[in-house]
Design a protein around this ligand. Sequence first.
Ligand SMILES: C[S@@+](CC[C@H](N)C(=O)[O-])C[C@H]1O[C@@H](n2cnc3c(N)ncnc32)[C@H](O)[C@@H]1O
Length: 273
Amino acid sequence: MVATGAGGGGYAGGMADLSRGRTLDAAPGVVGIAAAELPPLPDDLLARPTAGRLDLGAWFRNPGARLELEIGTGKGTFILNQAAADPETNYLGIEWEGEIYAYCADRIRRRGLSNVRMLHADAVSFLRWRVHDGAFAVIHLYYSDPWPKTKHHKNRVVQHGFLAEAWRTLAAGGELRVVTDHDELWAWDREHFAPWLADAASLAAGLAAGMSDPVPAGIRAAVGGGPAFSEHEFVPPAWVDDGEVLGTNYERKFCGPGGAVKAPHSCVLRKRG
Ligand SMILES: C[S@@+](CC[C@H](N)C(=O)[O-])C[C@H]1O[C@@H](n2cnc3c(N)ncnc32)[C@H](O)[C@@H]1O
């Protein structure tokens, strides 16, 4: 099964007793999907890396609809508002902290949204082992945990291995959308994005120079000589309040209205090839 490792980037720790005495109902089978409900991965997974991949569309009432993913939903303000504004698209949210996952799924259940499912799992290993090529139109990554200590940087979502999986699991022209208020995490993100936005020779040179994560060789072949992604401006969804980028719980708490406390960084990486 995919790992459901503990979180710990600093946000979840301040979210004790989310339920405030209520019983949270993740609506299993309707909204919530526990990692344990997924079919087991085969013992020879490394020899057959595609054997555990799932038909994600089958989780939704309208299996053929376009599919977007949010990694690290937190309390779910983005996915809730976005799914309500765009009922023709299916939204999958992944959250690895159990109580936050249950809180978010409970919120979706109470709103009665039928185009959202919540998965309790580690998004990074889920992408790697469970998702077919080209499954997502958009991957949303908002206010990801910064893991500030050097020894914890390996826990950050953005790594070269993650970018390879994001590229693989996005449809042609699909987008990885990233927003963060954390300057040091943003510098890390930019450093990791750079070879993916440069020409294929730079990506290859970066790999040769010791990018620590494996990058499937097929990516370079698929993009020809050009970059794997092109960069575009992030456009806030139409439903956000004036001055907000996303209006998520984290943004409202730490960035303030209009970025008065701190203006977030943002970008969109669009898949080429
Ligand atoms: C700082 S919070 C931001 C939450 C939300 N996006 C917001 O803006 O309010 C980051 C969230 O991502 C979750 N998270 C971090 N890494 C994850 C991973 N690999 N898989 C699933 N969830 C993850 C954390 O548990 C936490 O709830």
